[in-house]
Design a protein around this ligand. Structure first.
Ligand code: FDP
Ligand code: ZN
Length: 309
């Protein structure tokens, strides 16, 4: 591998490193799908980010910890649902969001699973990722698998994987956008950007990061969960959500941004650290980066101001 601080010493190429992980995930899919019906109640407990956990969150986390943690290539299993990483031996570090967008179970909308495969101790930067995967539980189950070699989309059916798209590439112009958070809490610059984007692109926001990013990868466009007045650090988690998603989008030819630089450059200080996240096609991302360039010099407007300037 040769990365400074590398924890593994595997010789195989990056694509084959991901193979046992994606196969294990595919095998777990039928059980996780069943849990959407059998584990719908709230647990009455909060995860380390202060969000109420559904029984399905806990079920998916425990299943994936035991299955992925058993793999020889995995040395650490960390999850959005656990305060601390689990030491599973020598090998790669996995940062897992077992059930992304789980509040969508209530309204029967799409949810996902995200796995970041880091060749470093956690917390780590996105530059330490060897690969990233997301599984989207929609009308069908699909998996987007990214390595240094590129991005492949699979259909996941009965635990098997069939290639749907060999080389996933995001188009440059974009057709859809999805922006999270209340409009009055966005910065003035981000509102200006949103005004301009909505004249050209179609709004598509479903409330699960995996589903929303999958639309952006499918049609081209831009996804954003910006910093908010009440959440200056953003909502999404760097290790479990933003880094793996940014890696996938960048490997598909798109861009990522955290307000300053590529998300993959963001310094990792805490396991459950949050970050603003912007990902998408080249053209709308270039406009975003240009518009937000002055962000730091122009403080947030208050909620009393008009939401659109
Ligand atoms: P959720 O709270 O349902 O787990 O992981 C956080 C997340 O979902 C993302 O999947 C999603 O992009 C975002 O939060 C949605 O937030 P809003 O409800 O504020 O739109
Ligand atoms: Zn999530």
């Amino acid at each position: 591998m040769g990365n400074p601080g590398s924890r593994s010493d595997l010789d195989a190429d990056e694509t084959s490193i991901v193979t046992p992980i994606i196969e294990t995930l595919a095998d777990a899919v039928p059980k996780i799908r069943t849990a959407f019906e059998t584990h719908r109640a709230y647990e009455g407990e909060e995860n380390p980010s202060g969000e109420e956990m559904l029984a399905a969150d806990v079920y998916a986390d425990e299943l994936l910890e035991s299955r992925l943690g058993d793999l020889d290539c995995v040395g650490t299993y960390a999850s959005e649902e656990r305060a601390d990483p689990v030491d599973t031996g020598e090998g790669l570090s996995l940062a897992v969001d077992p059930l992304d967008g789980s509040s969508n179970l209530t309204s029967n909308n799409g949810v996902g699973t995200i796995v970041g495969i880091y060749d470093a101790e956690l917390p780590a930067t996105g530059r330490d990722l060897l690969g990233a995967i997301y599984v989207l539980y929609g009308p069908t189950t699909t998996a987007m698998v990214a390595t240094e070699a590129g991005v492949t989309e699979y259909l996941v059916s009965d635990g098997d994987l069939d290639v749907l798209t060999e080389e996933v590439e995001i188009n440059d112009e974009g057709a859809v956008y999805g922006f999270g958070g209340p409009v009055p809490e966005w910065s003035r610059e981000f509102r200006r950007y949103a005004m301009s984007i909505q004249r050209r692109l179609k709004r598509r926001y479903g409330g699960a990061l995996v589903g929303d990013v999958n639309q952006v990868l499918s049609y081209g466009g831009v996804f954003a969960y910006p910093e908010l007045e009440t959440r200056p650090e953003g909502k999404l988690r760097l290790q479990f959500e933003a880094n793996p998603i940014a890696f996938i989008v960048e490997q598909a030819g798109g861009e990522s941004f955290d307000g300053d630089s590529s998300v993959l450059e963001t310094e990792a200080e805490r396991l459950h650290q949050r970050t603003p996240l912007f990902v998408g096609s080249e053209e709308p991302m270039a406009q975003l980066i240009e518009t937000l360039g002055g962000r730091a010099r122009d403080p947030h407007v208050t909620t009393r101001d008009s939401p659109w300037e």
